[in-house]
Structures are given as C-alpha cells and as structure tokens.
Ligand binder design. Structure first.
Ligand code: FE2
Length: 368
C-alpha cells in the first residue's frame, strides 16, 4: 500500500533539499545510514550512491521550492553553529583545556542567539536536530542537540526568555568538562577501568570550575553544568543532590541529555527508537527525572506524529489522527482487520485499554 506522504525514488534522481521519509539502511546490513526526516545534501547523496550502493530511498512528497529553500537555509545555519562549537571545544587532538576564553564565551553567546531566534520564529528546530544525526563529530552534535532539545522543553514549560538564554548556554556547555580530561581516556574504545570511569565522572565539576574561572557565567549556568548528571531521587553524581536541590535548568538538561544519548547513532550500537526512548523516559519520571519536565518533554516530542502509520499490539495497522496528553496513546484510525475505518482514542476510551501501539509501521510507511 502506498503511503500518501512519501514516495520511493532512485538514488540517481535524488536532489539536495529532499527529505527522507524513512530511515535509509545500508544494503545487506541493519545499519542506519540516515535517519528519517534528514534533509539530503550533495555529500549525503554521493555517499549513498558511491559508498554504500543504495539503490532507492523513500522521500517525503509535498515539499515546495519555498520550504526546501527555507530548510536549506536552516541547514546552513546549523552547520555554522556546529563549526562554531567545534572551535570552542577544540579538536580531540588538542591538549586538555585549562582555560575557557572570552572569545569562546562570545561564540557560545552567538550560537545561543541563533538557536533562541529560531525557536521563537517558529522555525522547525526539530527538523534541524535531525540533520545532526550521524556518526561523526558526536560530541559537538550531542551538545548542539541537547541545547536544541532543552530550549524546546523550556518553551513548552513557558520559561521566560532570559532563563531560556541561560538554559541554552548551560546546555551547549554541559559537557565542556570532558575537554579537561585526558584525551586517551575520552577516546578509549574499549571498556574503561574503574579509575578511568572515575576520571570521566569528574567532568561536571571540572566544567563548572573551568567556566567559573572565566568569570562571565551566572550561577544558574554554572549549576546547570555542575548538576547535569544528578538524578531526581538522589542517585546521580557528583553531589548526590535530590529533587529541587537540583536546579530547574539542570533538571531540564538532564532529560535532554539522556534522551539524546539513547536515540543517537553510535558506532557500537543501534539507536533506540523514539517510542522506546520515550517509554524509558516516562518510566524514569519521579525517579531519575522531574515528572513535570518529563511531561513537557513528551508534549514537545510526540513519538507518533499525526499521519504516521503504526502497528498495533493485535497485529492490525492504523494511522495516527491526533495526539493526547499521553503521547504514547494517541487517537488512531484502524486501517486493517474487522474494525477497519474505526477511529479509536487509545487514551480516553477504556474499551481499548489492552490495545497498544507496538511500533511505527515500517512496511506501511515505506509504501509496500
Ligand atoms: Fe555529561
């Protein structure tokens, strides 16, 4: 069955600016080369064709020249932010950082301006985030994505704009302390010894000290960096703070940090699906995470966007019609089986309590 919103085209026909409608998998393997909703550029298209021998790709229909132009602009902006971050963090080849310069402060402030402006201009910040999914440059991309996600959650929590700036800067810099740690430990591919792990666990306080020495950062920002590995129930590190002892901004950054780590493409494992990761995050509400922040996060990052096809626990297929406050239980229209065409509210209709969404329907949405 063809999906109304996507079409399959040959790699030779791909053009920069087209958007993938499905994950692109390397032929003969399970490896994800590009995630769904990636805006293709010429390098990606070249790699799909020449390096990975991909034949066909599902792309989104209905993108007008205007939206492509907007999205291409977004792509340029995001790459600018990324290269600024690279400069600030320095290359992995460098010696550990002992100082955070005033120039770096200015650059972080510029990236913050860019992200906050995009967010309030109702620019599609989530779409931009998807462009940052690939194996290379994990650290900078991780920091940028955590910042984008943090401000998106902040907006959903109605944080005032000045707090949003603090949130964004703290999120961009949350892992800066890793640059103070011996590069050999950070880059070690195998299992870390206990000692090495302890050294890495020092990155929150090292980041805090590095930025405090710089003198331009508020306590809010410094604490966001210091507390981003604390957990709501007191089982985190380095201070084992609990509940509201952990600052509000730090609690937001923690949610974005963990979610991004779970859903990122890493060389040693497949990313978790959005739904799996969100299920995990929901399970951690009130233990690892602040309940209200998890709710704001789930509202901002619905795992089953309207129009997506899903597979149900009874084996039937359905289409998402609208989202509920519990984003794992949206309103759906059944597409197959004896109840085909029926519209069901998985959250409010108790008749369907035992029916759940198993996963996105890969076959349905790939137009089989
Ligand atoms: Fe960290």
């Amino acid at each position: 069955m063809a999906n109304a919103s996507s079409m399959k085209i040959r790699v030779e026909e791909l053009e920069s600016g087209m958007i993938t409608a499905e994950n692109v998998i390397e032929p003969g393997t399970e490896r994800i080369l590009l995630l769904r909703d990636t805006i293709l550029d010429s390098v990606m298209i070249f790699n799909l064709k020449e390096r990975y021998n991909v034949d066909e790709v599902y792309i989104r229909k209905n993108f007008s020249a205007a939206t492509v132009a907007d999205e291409m602009r977004a792509e340029i902006d995001i790459h600018q932010s990324l290269s600024t971050l690279k400069e600030v963090f320095g290359s992995d080849e460098d010696k550990p950082l002992t100082e955070f310069s005033k120039e770096a402060t200015k650059q972080i402030s510029n990236v913050t301006n860019e992200l906050i402006t995009s967010l309030y201009a109702d620019d599609n910040i989530l779409l931009k985030m998807h462009q940052l999914q690939s194996y290379d440059d994990y650290t900078y991309k991780h920091c940028l994505r955590v910042a984008m996600m943090s401000v998106t959650i902040g907006k959903s929590l109605d944080l005032p704009r000045n707090k949003m700036r603090d949130l964004c800067e703290a999120a961009l810099l949350h892992d800066i302390g890793k640059r103070t740690i011996d590069v050999d430990i950070i880059r070690k591919p195998g299992r870390l010894t206990d000692e090495e792990f302890e050294a890495i666990k020092k990155h929150p306080q090292n980041g805090y000290l590095l930025l405090r020495k710089n003198g331009s950062y508020s306590e809010e920002i410094l604490n966001g960096v210091l507390m981003h590995h604390e957990k709501y129930d007191g089982t985190g590190y380095p201070l084992k703070l609990r509940g509201e002892q952990i600052t509000y901004l730090a609690r937001i950054i923690t949610v974005a940090d963990v979610y991004d780590a779970l859903t990122s493409n890493r060389p040693y494992r497949q990313p978790w699906s959005v739904a799996e990761a969100e299920e995990f995050m929901m399970g951690g509400a009130n233990t690892h995470f602040d309940y209200d922040i998890i709710m704001a996060f789930l509202a901002a990052f619905a795992p089953y966007p309207v129009g997506d096809r899903v597979l149900l626990s009874d084996g039937n297929k359905a289409e998402v019609i609208s989202n509920n406050t519990n984003v794992l239980r949206p309103v759906i229209k059944i597409l197959t089986g004896e109840n085909a065409d029926e519209v069901i509210d998985l959250y409010n209709d108790f008749k369907y309590l035992t029916l759940s969404i198993k996963c996105l329907d890969k076959d349905g949405s790939t137009g089989e």
